[in-house]
Structure formats: structure tokens, C-alpha cells
Design a protein around this ligand. Structure first.
Ligand SMILES: C[S@@+](CC[C@H](N)C(=O)[O-])C[C@H]1O[C@@H](n2cnc3c(N)ncnc32)[C@H](O)[C@@H]1O
Length: 214
């Protein structure tokens, strides 16, 4: 069995979010090597979407990388000149790997869900999520928390595979996008980008969403 298959088989055997976090803890030291081995471009795509929003003064933009893992997105953001980047992830093992890279200011070990975190409202210019929508990761309701944490005019940037949005119970039948649209109808943010991009993960396409808080 190749590595990709071994990882996905092991992952499928986990059920609760705590078991999944333990799985990531145990995978953390091999994560980068394995993801790089099959061409994972999602983090670069996510960081490019943020870069396109800020032609200059990137050093003052405050960013929260949700489901940051070992820090792939942070590494890409730093390449574009962003420096005020915090990481949030429930896996201490993944965060320990991220810390080694020195690309984050704060590392917050927590789940991102509908509950208010200790982070005050209107804190971030950008919230990024890449790879946070696989099975039993971010609940749809976390979108409300993203709105709370963004400054007015701030951006929510999310990249994932459409496959996950179409197949994972939490998201399928348009649940994730419907909630993003519902929040737009409530006048809380506005969709400014939705784009399918090839080569997100090996031969699989990705989708990038950008919403701007009112
Ligand atoms: C596939 S990894 C993606 C990591 C990184 N963003 C990347 O693109 O390489 C998914 C990450 O989501 C984290 N995660 C799972 N559930 C989460 C939740 N409710 N809130 C925040 N992070 C979560 C996992 O611990 C894991 O590190």
C-alpha cells in the first residue's frame, strides 16, 4: 500500500474529532513529506488568493490561519510579505511542527467551531482556511465565528476540494455554500470570488472562496 492510501485508510478508521486530532498528532512528523510527495498546491493557491487582495502594505495585515496544521499556508504567506500571521489548530503535534518553521506569531491549540473563542471580535483582517473541510473537520457553523473575528472590511479566504463539499455529510447538498450565502443575505459579508482551480492536490481540482465582511 502506498503512503497516500495508508494515511487515508488510517484516517477513515477514526470517528470522533478527538480521535482525528490524535491521528494528526501521530501523522505530524511525516505530514509535510507525504503531502509534498503527491503535489499539494492548496496552500500556495490560498496564499495567492490573499496576496491578490493586498497589492501593498502586507506587513500590517493581521491573518488567522485556521486548521493551520504544520504551517504550509503560513510558509506561503511569508513568501508574499505577510508577517502578522497566527495559527489555530487542535493538534498540538501539528502545531509543534508549525512552530519549528517560525512563520507564525501566536499558535492557538483549539477547535474552530460555532463557539466563541477567547479571541476578541473584529481582530483579524483575513481568516484563511485550507484543507480544513475534509471529513469531520470544520463544522459549517464555524462560519459565524469567522464573521465575528473578522474586522469590518476583512476577508474570509477558503480553499478546499469540491469533492469534500459534495461528499462529506456535514457539507454535502450545498450546506456549506448555502450558509455562506445565507450570511451574505443577512448583509454580514459579500462574496467576491468563487473559482475552480486545477491541480489543487495531485490531479484533483480545488475551489477558492473569498468573502468580504461588511
Ligand atoms: C489536512 S490538514 C490541513 C493543514 C494545512 N492547512 C494544510 O493545508 O496543510 C487539516 C487540519 O485541520 C485541523 N482541524 C481539524 N478539525 C479542526 C477544527 N474543528 N478546527 C480547526 N482545525 C481543525 C487538523 O488538526 C489538521 O491539522
Amino acid at each position: 500500500m502506498d503512503n497516500t492510501k495508508r494515511v487515508s485508510e488510517a484516517y477513515k478508521k477514526t470517528e470522533s474529532r478527538e480521535e482525528k486530532t490524535q491521528f494528526y498528532d501521530s501523522w505530524s512528523k511525516m505530514y509535510d513529506q507525504e503531502m509534498n510527495s503527491y503535489g499539494y498546491k492548496g496552500p500556495a493557491m490560498t496564499a495567492s488568493a490573499v496576496r491578490d487582495l493586498y497589492p501593498d502594505s502586507r506587513d500590517v495585515v493581521r491573518i488567522l490561519d485556521v486548521a493551520a496544521g504544520t504551517g504550509f499556508v503560513g510558509e506561503e504567506l511569508i513568501k508574499h510579505g505577510f508577517v502578522k500571521v497566527d495559527a489555530l489548530d487542535p493538534s498540538q503535534g501539528m502545531l509543534d511542527e508549525a512552530r519549528e518553521k517560525g512563520v507564525y506569531q501566536e499558535l492557538i491549540c483549539a477547535y474552530f467551531d460555532e463557539k466563541d473563542h477567547t479571541i476578541p471580535p473584529d481582530t483579524y483582517d483575513v481568516i484563511v482556511v485550507c484543507g480544513g473541510c475534509t471529513n469531520v473537520h470544520l463544522p459549517c457553523s464555524c462560519l459565524r465565528e469567522a464573521v465575528r473575528l473578522l474586522k469590518p472590511g476583512g476577508y474570509f479566504v477558503m480553499a478546499t476540494r469540491p469533492f469534500h463539499l459534495n461528499t462529506v455529510d456535514e457539507y454535502k447538498e450545498g450546506r456549506f455554500e448555502n450558509l455562506m450565502d445565507e450570511i451574505e443575505e443577512e448583509g454580514k459579508w459579500k462574496k467576491i470570488r468563487k473559482e475552480i482551480l486545477p491541480g489543487y492536490h495531485a490531479e484533483h481540482e480545488g475551489i477558492v472562496f473569498v468573502y468580504q465582511k461588511k
